[in-house]
Design a protein. Sequence first.
Length: 190
Amino acid sequence: MTLQKIKTASLQQFAKKGYDAASLQLIADEVGIKKQSIYAHFKSKDDLFLDIFKDAVDQEILELDRYFQDQSEQSLEIVLRGLIVEFKERYESAMNLRLILYVGFLIPSALESQVQALVTRYVKHKTSLVHGRLATETSVKLRVPAQTAATAYMNLIEGMLVELVYNGTDGFDPRLESSWDIYWHGLIQA
């Protein structure tokens, strides 16, 4: 029970403040334990952070799998555009997603290789799902190979995720509308 409380409080701290600003003392205070009690479960702040970050990546991979499964009968445009919109809708409340996005841009230098490996795993999984959907699409004709379409889509979605991290949701919709229109019309043969 205490371990889960520590992990929940840590996720909130790391997702909202980043690695450097997150405090083990604040985590302990939120859980209602002494800071030293955290060390009964984790060797260090780094150990705690990596555990939380790995869990976040695992959960977000499951979210991606769920999304693509739930949307399997939808049109290509609804699936691809909808994924970007879902990121926006989940950004404020899904701490796992927020942590990945925040830390993906501001990787703690001492943990760079471990964090980068987890971020790469997450991005490769997302890319694979997008590519798989594009490669099996039969209702529209693509102008470019599926791999090229997936790469362009990943550039679009990553740009929109940067928008979330740096500017929040306020300017998201107009940027998505203009970017989506260009992507979609460049992708589909008339």
